[in-house]
Ligand binder design. Structure first.
Ligand SMILES: O=C[C@H](O)COP(=O)(O)O
Length: 250
């Protein structure tokens, strides 16, 4: 699945123009961090603008180790209409802290909306910020009852997912997530050139912003529907080639 992250209602409307090419519209506020949380009314307006059959995701923030605060914020995202709730475990230095936070989120969200999906997100560049390491995420997600384990990059300075977690380690991340019955989501300045590897390792959700913004600039550029369509075409091409290779080998 392709997840695209607009930061405003205007950008979400550009996503709507490319709705057939994407699977999830992910509301965030990049100027508040990699998984910066947007205002509840922005989530609501975007939910109202996006076709009903397209799920809307919302990031709850690059969160501190404050389980109660984060659970309440996650409920806010769900009440505002998001059915994927993404939490960036920025302030969690141990897996136990991360499980604590995610258990609160899962309970808060699922008591309100049992079919909502909770995404526990860590950071590929965790070593730069001192939070839980990337390969701990599948177990954190599993132990907390989350539905997906995700990696993004915390510091958006041009470095990318594979600069910090090479494809073979991402493959292990995906394997661990699948073994635990979770969806595996990967992001972090992902470019079309990364799609062959991401497809090959069985990534369920690829998250992008910069690659589909004007000039490849996630901050100054705005999401362009034609770039979303082109990115999707590349994803589909790799999926077809991978399926053909698997069929030929069996
Ligand atoms: O969840 C996905 C992120 O928005 C990725 O953003 P990026 O591709 O600019 O790193």
């Amino acid at each position: 699945m392709l997840l695209i992250s607009p930061e405003s209602v205007e950008e979400a409307l550009d996503c709507v123009k490319a709705a057939e090419h994407l699977d999830i519209v992910d509301v965030k506020k990049p100027d508040e961090g990699s998984l910066g949380a947007n205002f509840p009314w922005v989530i609501r307006e975007i939910r109202d603008a996006v076709p009903a059959e397209k799920p809307v995701s919302a990031t709850v923030g690059d969160v501190p180790y404050k389980p109660g605060t984060v659970a309440q914020a996650a409920l806010g995202a769900a009440v505002s209409g998001a059915t994927y709730i993404k939490v960036g475990l920025y302030g969690c230095t141990t897996p136990e802290q991360a499980v604590d936070v995610m258990r609160g989120v899962v309970r808060a969200v699922k008591d309100y909306r049992p079919d909502a999906l909770v995404v526990a997100s860590g950071y590929a560049d965790a070593h730069r910020i001192g939070c839980v390491s990337p390969l701990a995420l599948p177990d954190i997600a599993h132990r907390s009852g989350s539905d997906a384990a995700m990696l993004d990059t915390a510091i958006k300075d041009g470095s990318r997912l594979f600069d910090h977690v090479p494809p073979d380690v991402c493959a292990e991340f995906v394997r661990l997530a699948h073994e635990a019955g979770l969806l595996a989501a990967l992001a972090g300045s992902v470019k079309a050139a990364d799609l062959a590897a991401l497809t090959h390792i069985g990534t369920d959700i690829v998250g992008v912003r910069g690659a589909v913004c004007e000039g490849g600039d996630r901050n100054a550029g705005r999401i362009q529907p034609q770039l979303v369509a082109a990115f999707r075409a590349e994803m589909d091409r790799h999926a077809r080639e991978h399926a053909a290779a698997v069929a030929a080998a069996s």
